[in-house]
Design a protein. Structure first.
Length: 250
């Protein structure tokens, strides 16, 4: 998904993003715990959340760090971030930050979170290398992403498109190693249950950027396909996330 299409998608979604994407407070708490255990922010640390969106996870990081620099290309998403001295917003594409065309506040970063945004980036290796250069020695970069096989109960055409577009977490971990970071890759999963109509409403609202590739008619056909496969009142599935954690040498 190119820059303008992504910006349009997130501008449309911004106000309802947390409602659709947060799933539930328990889910956000689980993801936040996965992030905090790996990034280990300390009270004097400056952390950057790249592609932070509405700051869903920057908020949790800010409780443990001196400041979180929230970077996103979408002004509409950044506008949802609550006002806080510890949440500093920067409206910029990650490509500009990684190439040094946009400076972030502070000297070197102690930690960087990149959650579910790398699939929007064309030259991933260059972006990862550019971000790695912003880390202080011993600094950590955590990339959180969906695995390359979707666990969601979407319709077949959406699953196929996902398989074509989604970067492979092992490949991303390799790009982090190539950028000089000592990197490990782990996976965790969380069980989710939604009233079927709520899940179908999220799909109709194109809660994943991937769904923007389908027009209204295709989406309704896809929703009918999901409904036929899930006649039950509740849909359950597992959210799986890949965590690639890289550390800059000291
Ligand atoms: C799926 S959302 C993830 C938001 C947040 N990290 C989270 O997990 O809730 C992807 C975010 O990446 C941002 N984004 C997409 N392309 C970008 C780019 N080239 N530079 C910076 N941000 C970008 C979008 O505006 C959106 O807020």
């Amino acid at each position: 998904m190119g820059g303008d299409v992504a910006r349009e998608h997130y501008a449309r979604l911004a106000a309802s993003y947390d409602e659709n994407y947060a799933y539930s407070p328990a889910f956000v708490e689980w993801v936040s715990g996965c992030i905090l255990r790996r990034l280990r922010p300390g009270p004097s640390d400056v952390v950057a959340d790249i592609g932070c969106g509405t700051g869903l996870y920057a908020r949790g990081l800010a409780e443990h760090a001196a400041a979180v620099v929230c970077v996103d290309a979408s002004e509409a998403m950044l506008a949802q971030i609550p006002a806080s001295e510890r949440l500093i917003t920067v409206a910029a594409p990650v490509e500009d930050v990684a190439a040094g065309r946009v400076d972030l506040p502070g000297e070197r970063l102690d930690a960087i979170l990149v959650k579910e945004m790398l699939h929007h980036v064309r030259d991933r290796a260059a972006v990862i290398a550019g971000l790695a250069r912003l880390l202080r020695p011993g600094g950590r970069m955590l990339v959180v992403m969906l695995p390359d096989e979707l666990t969601y109960p979407l319709f077949a055409a959406a699953r196929e498109l996902f398989a074509q577009q989604q970067p492979d977490p092992a490949g991303v971990a390799g790009e982090m190693r190539a950028a000089g970071l000592d990197t490990g890759l782990t996976y965790e999963s969380f069980p989710l249950v939604f009233p079927t109509e709520r899940y179908l409403g999220m799909v109709r609202n194109r809660y994943m950027s991937l769904l923007s590739a389908f027009d209204d008619e295709q989406l309704e056909a896809g929703i009918a396909e999901i409904r036929a496969a899930h006649p039950e009142q509740e849909i359950s599935f597992t959210e799986a996330l890949a965590f690639a954690l890289g550390t800059a040498s000291s």
